[in-house]
Design a protein around this ligand. Structure first.
Ligand code: 5GP
Length: 114
């Protein structure tokens, strides 16, 4: 099967700015940032989208959340950040390899007015 952009980045076939990596995931700067800080947290395992995750992926999904926390601390934005997962083309997903967007430095509160 053809590799996604993120598999190529994980395999170092494409360049990226890596901010964190461990045996289960990689975190890179988004090439087209939607906020002053825009990081993608990407599992090394290829799960096309969240809705296709299996029970066996539960620990991995939890790990990704802890990496969000770690990267937010590393970048000094732990007090204010947003995360987004686009699931499916109609929801704006363009790369079909699960990833979490970590966004900071921009106020998104008007998306969900209180
Ligand atoms: P999606 O729309 O699938 O939720 O998010 C895909 C994200 O990947 C987009 O924010 C897009 O800017 C980013 N992206 C696409 N191609 C590349 C690339 O080659 N390198 C990096 N670092 N990010 C990319």
């Amino acid at each position: 099967m053809t590799k996604t952009i993120f598999e190529k980045i994980i395999d170092r076939e494409l360049p990226s700015n890596i901010v964190y990596e461990d045996d289960k995931c990689i975190a890179i700067e988004d090439i087209a940032p939607k906020a002053p800080i825009h990081i993608l947290i990407i599992p090394k395992k290829s799960i096309p989208k969240l809705s296709e995750a299996k029970k066996a992926d539960e620990v991995l999904l939890g790990h990704l959340m802890m990496v969000v926390k770690k990267v937010a601390e590393q970048l000094g934005v732990q007090d204010a950040f947003n995360i987004v997962i686009n699931n499916g083309e109609k929801a704006g997903q363009t790369v079909f390899h699960l990833h979490i967007h970590l966004l900071a430095g921009k106020n998104f509160t008007d998306l969900f007015p209180g």
